[in-house]
Ligand binder design. Structure first.
Ligand SMILES: C[S@@+](CC[C@H](N)C(=O)[O-])C[C@H]1O[C@@H](n2cnc3c(N)ncnc32)[C@H](O)[C@@H]1O
Length: 258
């Protein structure tokens, strides 16, 4: 049977897979338009300098630690597994995941909250960095995954799960409850629903709980839904937060620590 026939047969058996691939294809071609001109080497150096200056660390050393880590090798193999099974994975890019690892290793937060888990790429990078720090907890909120797709802990190794609480539910409901319970947050990472209203709502909710020298970070700060502005820059400007954008992640240092 030809390769084309094989693909058609596979598609007929699993229409969900076809939809997933189509969604990822649309998303990546849309994003590509805005990211084409980004030089990743320059972007990485900009990030490492930013972290070194603002958190008084040698982020270049932390980067070396990350690229030679056992976790990084394990993660790449696991990501290939996902891509072989489901095509383009739809998870955070390698650069964006590295940003999260480096940020957590540099700022050493106690309490981290994220919205949007999918298969756990961002969660895993935060958790591995917390474990390397020797302390800290991550609280993640996401809707439930389709049972035919990988679970939310697909990328999360058992050895870091003790530092993780996964909350299944709508961020609109779960985020206010969680923030009330925790009382404060050192680092927040948004990666759930990327509409202007939802992003603005999450940032506003969290800002009230961010600790002094805390960080509000967000994925998809370059993503624009049709007819919408991106909420991250607008929010930071409105609240006089100093921020920087590294590829598709925005980092705002909340209480004037920049
Ligand atoms: C782009 S994916 C997250 C990617 C993930 N951070 C990673 O590292 O690969 C977006 C996720 O947001 C979740 N989501 C969308 N709307 C949500 C909501 N209202 N509350 C909680 N999660 C939501 C989706 O279920 C999906 O898993």
């Amino acid at each position: 049977m030809s390769m084309c026939n094989n693909k058609l047969l596979k598609a007929a058996k699993n229409p969900l897979l076809v939809l997933l691939r189509l969604k990822n294809l649309l998303r990546s071609s849309f994003m590509r338009r805005r990211k084409l001109r980004i030089d990743l080497g320059k972007e990485r150096d900009k990030l490492l300098n930013f972290l070194s200056v603002n958190f008084n660390v040698n982020a270049f050393d932390i980067y070396s630690e990350y690229v030679s880590s056992e976790f990084k090798t394990w993660y790449i193999a696991k990501k290939s597994e996902l891509i072989n099974l489901f095509g383009s994975s739809g998870v955070c890019s390698d650069f964006d995941c590295a940003v999260l690892y480096l940020l957590v290793r540099s700022m050493k937060p106690d309490i981290v909250v994220e919205t949007g888990v999918l298969y756990g790429s961002s969660s895993a990078h935060i958790l591995e960095a917390l474990q390397e720090n020797g302390s800290g907890h991550l609280y993640s909120i996401d809707l439930s995954n389709d049972p035919n797709l990988p679970s939310q802990d697909f990328f999360v190794r058992d050895i870091v799960k003790e530092q993780w609480q996964l909350i299944i539910g709508d961020a609109k409901v779960e985020l206010p409850k969680l923030l009330d319970r925790l009382n404060h947050v050192d680092l927040f990472f948004h990666d759930s629903l990327h509409s202007f209203d939802h992003m603005s709502w999450e940032y506003s909710m969290v800002l009230k709980y961010i600790s002094s020298r805390g960080v509000l970070s967000s994925h998809d700060v370059l993503t624009l839904l049709p007819f919408e502005r991106n909420a991250f820059r607008v929010f930071c400007k409105q609240h006089h937060l100093k921020y920087q954008v590294f590829r598709n992640i925005g980092i705002a240092l909340c209480k004037g620590s920049m």
